[in-house]
Ligand binder design. Structure first.
Ligand SMILES: Nc1ncnc2c1ncn2[C@@H]1O[C@H](COP(=O)(O)OP(=O)(O)OP(=O)(O)O)[C@@H](O)[C@H]1O
Length: 298
């Protein structure tokens, strides 16, 4: 991995007696987009707030740029952008005034025009913030966070509440940040968002990381699926996976997708039959998430 920008080891966080984060480890390398997913109440916000230096670990260690984000808050903050759920700026200010205020508050050299252009807000700069749509507000939040081109960006559920079109527009912005080499820690409830944007991801459940890695690593924790209609009285060949019949259709869950598919295609070829309605695919992130929630992977 590239030089780590975020290092979390053995992190535990408690609220009184309740342990919300129960010993998690992860690293985010320079230029990497790392997505933290999880079931409700899994501990994502608590973990990210600790990385942001907003709360102290009860146990374990957090390093950002090799520093303690609380003890060296000024230095870490100078190199970091944060997208909050709501920027909290006054609704009476225009978009341009808000961005200028944001630029004045960051110690990095900020290019307001570049942020406006990147986020496609050019035609809205004279509009008061209270007159923006939800999607435009989120883009303004993003524009504020990318002022001064931070090395590290925390994106906390950046597309929550957006319609599909605004969500796609926000993804484009995140993709351009990714292309520029900005390191990003993203938390999201949208599996598709993580699937499209993240280099690596982790799924948390009840304070622990249940599964982590590249998308392929994570998908490989679940069996792939092959489904087709074998026709009446068919006896399937021996497969690595297990078959389950529902009506006329058979569903095979297999750890060896390519091998079982080859065996089935050869079998069909020899019998001179079509595998009607054939579908073969790796597990989806949704399958993995479901297994985590059902605690199969914890
Ligand atoms: N201030 C608090 N006092 C007591 N318990 C808290 C506090 N904040 C969070 N918790 C509990 O800690 C656990 C983790 O919460 P956290 O907000 O970190 O999870 P999350 O993964 O971000 O959840 P969600 O996806 O639902 O927003 C939850 O069970 C939550 O109820």
């Amino acid at each position: 991995m590239a030089e780590p920008v975020i290092e979390v080891s053995g992190l535990r966080c408690r609220y009184g007696e309740f342990e919300a984060v129960r010993g998690i480890d992860f690293e985010v390398g320079r230029g990497e987009l790392f997505a933290l997913l999880g079931t409700n109440g899994a501990g994502k916000t608590t973990a990210v707030e600790t990385v942001e230096g907003l709360r102290a670990p009860d146990e374990g260690a957090v390093r950002v740029f090799g520093r303690d984000p609380r003890a060296d808050r000024a230095e870490v903050r100078r190199r970091t952008g944060v997208v909050l759920q709501d920027s909290g700026f006054a609704g009476e200010l225009t978009v341009l005034e808000t961005l200028r205020l944001g630029a004045a508050l960051t110690s990095r050299k900020s290019d307001v025009d570049a942020a406006v252009a990147m986020l496609g807000l050019d035609h809205r700069i004279g509009v008061r913030v209270k007159g923006l749509s939800g999607g435009e507000r989120r883009r303004l939040d993003l524009a504020l966070a990318v002022l001064g081109d931070p090395e590290l960006l925390f994106l906390d559920e950046p597309t929550t509440g957006l319609d599909p079109e605004s969500r796609r527009a926000a993804w484009q912005v995140v993709q351009s940040l990714r292309a520029r080499g900005t390191t990003v820690l993203l938390t999201t409830h949208y599996l598709e968002e993580a699937e499209r944007l993240a280099h690596r991801l982790a799924i948390m459940h009840q304070g622990r990381i249940a599964v982590a890695g590249t998308l392929l690593d994570v998908l490989a924790t679940q069996r792939a699926r092959i489904g087709f209609d074998p026709g009446p009285g068919a006896v399937l060949p021996e497969l690595a996976g297990s078959a389950e019949f529902t009506g006329t259709r058979v569903e095979i869950r297999t750890p060896a997708l390519q091998r079982d598919l080859r065996v089935l295609l050869e079998w069909a070829e020899q019998r001179g039959v079509e595998l009607a309605g054939l579908r073969a695919h790796h597990a989806s992130l949704d399958d993995v998430f479901h297994s985590v929630r059902e605690e199969v992977l914890v």
